[in-house]
Design a protein around this ligand. Structure first.
Ligand code: MG
Length: 273
């Protein structure tokens, strides 16, 4: 199966996307360092926006969609899964906050997310963060030329299911990325191996498992953006943008290109040496 709707980048264009990926990495790191009890999600948004613009890039989520998203990051707390709107809410000890950050450099997009503990958190929530990030890396490690999108989905799902009883959100998915933030193909977090579009060198994908302590179902809040778990259980969300190369996955939003985590999984990294 050859899917002409999927944007295929040249090697030079992937290098251009890496610049956007590194901006996202730096903005997320600055924002992560700012997380502490007493900080508001609007404060985190300000840190991210200053970092992105200070590096000469443009935040990609501001103005996105309808109603237009009003901030530079999504900040989703506890039972909020994704797309939380930063505001006056103040973080308290024991919370977790998902920070989803996108940036544009020379027309190319990067997109990544981390879920950050606020001070000390409950052990079951800490475990949720760990198994969600582990599932992300299993998905990234499956982003291999010649495989299929379903192999990534299956790797994410298998990783979560092998870690315990959790809800894997199906209402939202990863996605293609490049000259736009959200492109073909969808990259679901559940699915069957050897199904879906064939992975080719030059494709770029955002892989982003969303996992809950309860069920998979979500609801949209009255603000028309914030996605919450239907059962009120807490959620975690981790995301990276990965480029497919003939040498292996190149995680464009990881400072080391993903080399350390991929090495640990026995998968060659496509980042330039
Ligand atoms: Mg995304």
């Amino acid at each position: 199966m050859f899917d002409r709707r999927i944007e295929v980048k040249t090697p030079d264009q992937i290098v251009a996307m890496r610049a956007a990926g590194l901006v996202v990495a730096e903005a997320l790191e600055a924002t992560r360092r700012a997380v502490r009890p007493g900080v508001s999600t609007a404060d985190l948004d300000a840190v991210a926006e200053a970092t992105i613009r200070g590096l000469g890039a443009i935040p990609s989520v501001v103005g996105y969609g309808d109603p237009p998203f009003p901030a530079s990051i999504c900040a989703s707390v506890n039972d909020e899964v994704v797309h939380g709107i930063p505001g006056a809410r103040t973080l308290v000890e024991g919370d977790v906050v998902s920070i989803d950050c996108g940036a544009i450099v020379d027309g190319w997009h990067g997109d990544a997310a981390i879920t950050v503990p606020v001070g000390a958190i409950r052990p079951e929530v800490q475990r949720l963060l760990e198994i969600t990030e582990a599932a992300l890396w299993q998905g990234l490690a499956a982003a291999i030329v010649g495989q299929r999108v379903g192999d990534i989905s299956h790797a994410v799902e298998s990783s979560v299911r092998g870690s315990g009883t959790y809800g894997i959100v199906e209402d939202y998915t990863g996605h293609g990325i490049g000259t736009a933030l959200h492109m073909d193909p969808d990259v679901p977090n559940t699915g069957r191996a050897r199904r879906g579009a064939r992975l080719r060198a030059g494709m770029a994908l955002a892989v982003e498992p969303m996992v809950t302590l309860g069920l998979r179902h979500t609801l949209l809040a009255p603000d028309e953006w914030t996605v919450v778990t239907a059962d009120g259980t807490w959620a975690a969300h981790f995301e990276h943008t990965v480029a497919l190369t003939d040498d292996g996955p190149w995680v464009l939003t990881a400072p080391d290109g993903g080399r350390a985590r991929l090495d640990a999984l026995g998968v060659p990294c496509g980042a330039p040496a």
